[in-house]
Design a binder for this molecule. Structure first.
Ligand code: WQD
Length: 369
């Protein structure tokens, strides 16, 4: 067990953020969450505490671009590390609203860096993405592979990495890990935490889960004419708790100042049809599908060589495809409507708003013991 840290998690109520908060809390760290709940609900944080068996130090509803609100959180808590998830992440949506993606993802990161500097906080773990590799010719991908970002979402992540590189070059006190994920899926083994997409899921795994649960008629497979073994898209799916552990190790392991870019992936490629088959085995339910046209912006294959993260962090993805599907199914059956109770309208989608200060969701934090 490493020395307990006081960690701010931006976007901590989101899919990967909430699982990471549970991981950090259960390893003795003190966690403060800031989230504007544009794509998440506060219920996720109550579940984080339940599965970790510990309370968050505090949580605040704010947009990271609101520098005053963010600064007042740093002023209230002895934050020594930040894990930055807050941002927009849908590849297709980013092509429809590029300015919002750059403003949220890039603007949010620059605002955070400014406020961190003001409060002399210099340790950051940044949520980057494998989508910045674009359509790569060589698999599995290593970190030195040339970037070919094919959409505003991927480009926003690439821009953030460039900004982080410049900050580290200018400010040698900064230590930053940029973790490039592939396809995080699955759920916490408790069945209390999982992927809770607002509306129609963009990603294939929640779509498959909803079809298996009978909430949707079929999965539309985006193309079966890709240059892959069965013609459907191949991705490197990775259990969300393996991703959460990668974040914990990145902030716990000693690291020299500077920017450290690491892929988090399993090195194993799975096609859409293989994923559907694995889910049918895990759930015992049929998952009907239809072949549709390719999705704009898609690439045939993305599989990563994760050995750098293993060497540097001692990180190894230990949960395989069957476990990903089993844990996803447990969450789906326990929470057919995600974190929302049926018939009760979900919270209005919180648009970022100028706040006079952070709105604290929790009572005064416990003394941080
Ligand atoms: C996977 C495969 C689709 C939906 C995601 C995130 C992105 C990044 C990487 C973090 C593809 C196919 C999908 C469907 C389908 N994560 N598919 N029918 O596109 O790899 O990107 O992971 O940064 O933010 O979006 O994931 O789950 O959308 O697609 O056939 O209804 O499933 O064509 O081959 P993707 P995905």
């Amino acid at each position: 067990m490493s020395q307990p840290r006081t960690i701010m998690v931006t976007g901590g109520a989101g899919f990967i953020g909430s699982h990471t908060c549970a991981e950090l809390l259960s390893h003795g760290h003190n966690v403060i969450v800031v989230d504007n709940h544009q794509n998440s609900v506060p219920e996720a944080l109550r579940r984080v505490e339940s599965v970790a068996g510990r309370r968050l130090a505090a949580s605040y509803v704010l947009d990271v671009r609101d520098r005053n609100a963010l600064s007042s959180v740093f002023a209230r808590h002895p934050v020594d590390t930040v894990v930055h998830f807050a941002g927009r992440k849908a590849v297709g949506e980013s092509a429809r609203m590029p300015v919002e993606y750059y403003d949220t993802n890039v603007g949010g990161t620059t605002a955070l860096l400014e406020v961190m500097s003001e409060h002399h906080v210099h340790r950051l773990v940044f949520s980057s993405s494998c989508s910045l590799y674009g359509a790569a010719a060589r698999m599995p991908l290593t970190e030195d592979y040339q970037v070919a970002s094919a959409n505003p979402y991927a480009r926003s992540k690439w821009m953030c990495e460039q900004i982080l590189a410049d900050v580290c070059a200018r400010r040698p006190e900064f230590t930053v890990h940029a973790l490039r994920y592939f396809n995080p899926v699955g759920a916490h083994r408790s069945g209390l935490l999982g992927e809770d997409p607002l509306g129609m899921p963009d990603n294939v795994m929640p779509c498959i889960a909803q079809v298996a649960a009978g909430l949707r008629e079929h999965v539309t497979v985006f193309g079966d004419d890709w240059p892959t073994p069965d013609g459907t898209g191949v991705r490197d799916y990775i259990h969300v708790m393996d991703v959460a552990e990668g974040h914990r190790l990145a902030l716990e392991r000693p690291a020299p100042p500077g920017l450290h870019v690491l892929n988090l992936g399993s090195g194993r490629g799975t096609s859409v049809l293989q994923l559907i088959e694995a889910y049918q085995r895990a759930s015992g339910r049929p998952v009907p599908y239809r072949i549709g046209p390719r999705r704009p912006g898609d690439v045939p294959e993305l599989v990563v060589d994760g050995s750098a993260a293993s060497d540097v962090l001692g990180w190894y993805p230990i949960r395989g495809l069957a476990r990903m599907c089993r844990d996803s199914w447990r969450f789906q059956t326990a929470n057919p409507y995600g974190y929302r109770t049926p018939g009760v309208p979900g919270p209005a989608v919180a648009e970022p708003r100028a706040t006079t200060g952070p709105v604290r969701l929790h009572a005064t934090p416990r003394s941080s013991t």
